[in-house]
Design a protein around this ligand. Structure first.
Ligand SMILES: NC(=O)C1=CN([C@@H]2O[C@H](COP(=O)(O)OP(=O)(O)OC[C@H]3O[C@@H](n4cnc5c(N)ncnc54)[C@H](OP(=O)(O)O)[C@@H]3O)[C@@H](O)[C@H]2O)C=CC1
Ligand SMILES: N[C@@H](CC=O)C(=O)O
Length: 415
């Protein structure tokens, strides 16, 4: 691309992220980028820009040869895949913020880039404004990583902060996260842990060189959290954080999981509040490092997209350095053990989870809570049953790596 010319951007989506990017570009007048065309869905929606800026047919944008690069920021992951795949088939440069799209289609997206010579960057798709993909891909390209874990969803972290810091109710806090533009169009993705799972899959590809299908990652969220669980955490001197974690065992097997966890003041993630995300990258030689920043919102996410726009316009593409070094898909460490708290009304879940080292915590009307040890394999198998039962499960600490070999701490409630 000619470095002295104003580069023309075709933008898909003009919601929280699209408008965040547009606003940044409008304020930063010296930047050599201009949003030339915007594709949205609803012709009846009131827009902050004149109607001639918009089109409702994404093919029109893809056919516009005057555009230098494309930014995809729509809320529909399947439609987004259709757009991005077609753009890559045309050899175009594309930036996306859509983690579900990347998590579910990474191998196809890689193949399309290789075959047709286009480029796809997606820094904004993981941890919003934190530059974590490029950090893992570039800075840590040669150092083996032992673990990558953290808080990867801004909405659920915002909700948990409102509950623990301000004693607000779950529904009120979720509504605020939606009003502030942090939540997905379908907020179940945020609160159930699915969005964190998608981000974890992307991180795993860059951190360990392992592509993993989202279906293989057990995920649990805070959608069934209640006052009893919050009280249990408080009595423990902890808060609850939604933790997404992937590490390789000594046998080279992968432990990927998304699980709300008790987190006390000694934990790196304790200080990550509101819509902030925190990612701990643990290098074999450098040790753990916490990267903290805003994980959601128009400006932080728009800033990550902008960084990709600048990089892609200069010819940068991900080298997938670790991915290219590895050929095998990783086996999951199905026997790996985690220590958990389970609250439910269904005693069968204890059997379905194969919980061992059981300790009763509390009984209240129909509901009971227990502590126990569960294998990753059983967590994966029982996850639909747990969701169907409206049960709540969380890890006793965010230190999943050592969870299986540690003995449960004496818990204040344990009887
Ligand atoms: N919000 C955030 O903080 C973050 C969001 N993301 C990701 O960025 C993407 C956009 O999120 P966000 O801006 O919050 O979403 P919004 O719901 O705020 O906006 C979505 C935009 O997509 C448009 N759209 C939806 N479907 C289509 C379609 N089929 N064709 C054309 N346009 C369409 C909508 O059009 P219309 O205006 O007509 O309704 C709207 O402009 C998502 O993938 C999200 O996961 C990533 C990081 C952070
Ligand atoms: N809904 C997401 C937005 C950013 O990815 C979140 O809350 O983290």
């Amino acid at each position: 691309m000619d470095s002295h010319r104003l580069l023309k951007i075709g933008l898909f989506g003009f919601g929280c992220v699209g408008q965040g990017l547009y606003d940044i570009l409008s304020r930063e007048e010296t930047l050599p980028f201009k949003v030339e065309r915007i594709c949205v869905k609803d012709p009846k929606k009131l827009r902050p820009l004149p109607a001639e800026n918009f089109t409702y047919d994404w093919q029109q944008v893809l056919q516009d040869e005057s555009l230098d690069l494309l930014v995809e920021a729509i809320s529909d992951a399947e439609e987004a895949f259709a757009i991005v795949a077609e753009a890559l088939r045309q050899g175009k440069k594309v930036v996306t913020a859509n983690k579900k799209l990347v998590a579910f289609h990474l191998p196809e997206l890689l193949a399309l880039q290789e075959e047709f010579g286009g480029t796809l960057l997606y820094e904004a798709a993981v941890a919003g404004g934190i530059p974590i993909i490029r950090t893992v891909e570039e800075y840590f390209s040669n150092e083996p990583l032992e673990r990558v874990h953290g808080i990867l969803n801004g909405s659920s972290n915002y909700i948990l902060s409102q509950i623990f810091l301000l004693q607000k109710g779950y529904a009120e806090a979720l509504k605020e996260a939606q009003d502030k533009g942090f939540a997905e169009l379908d907020p179940w993705l945020d609160v159930a842990g699915a969005d964190s799972r998608h981000k974890l899959c992307i991180l795993t590809a860059h951190a360990f060189g392992k592509t993993i299908a989202p279906e293989d990652v057990a995920f649990f969220g805070i959608d069934y959290l209640n006052d009893q669980d919050v009280e249990y955490a408080k009595q423990d001197g902890s808060v609850i954080k939604m933790v997404a974690s992937a590490h390789l065992t000594a046998d080279g097997e992968l432990v990927p999981v998304v699980l709300p966890s008790l987190v006390d003041a000694s934990d790196d993630l304790f200080v990550v509040e509101q819509e902030f995300n925190g990612v701990v990258v643990q290098g074999a030689y450098s040790g753990p490092q916490l990267f903290k920043g805003r994980g959601a919102g128009g400006h932080p996410t728009g800033a990550a997209v902008l960084s990709d726009i600048v990089s892609i316009s200069k010819g940068y593409s991900y080298g997938y350095k670790k991915l290219h070094k590895t050929t095998n898909a990783p086996a999951l460490a199905l026997d790996f053990e985690l220590e958990v708290y389970l609250r439910s009304t269904e005693p069968e879940l204890v059997v379905a989870l194969g919980l061992t080292n059981l300790q009763n915590v509390q009984r209240e009307n129909e509901s009971f809570s227990v502590l126990g040890t569960v294998t990753l394999g059983n967590l994966i198998k029982a996850q639909d049953e747990i969701r169907k039962a409206g049960a709540y499960i969380m890890a006793l600490s965010s230190d999943f790596v050592n969870a299986g070999v540690k003995k449960s701490k004496e818990r204040v409630h344990a009887s």
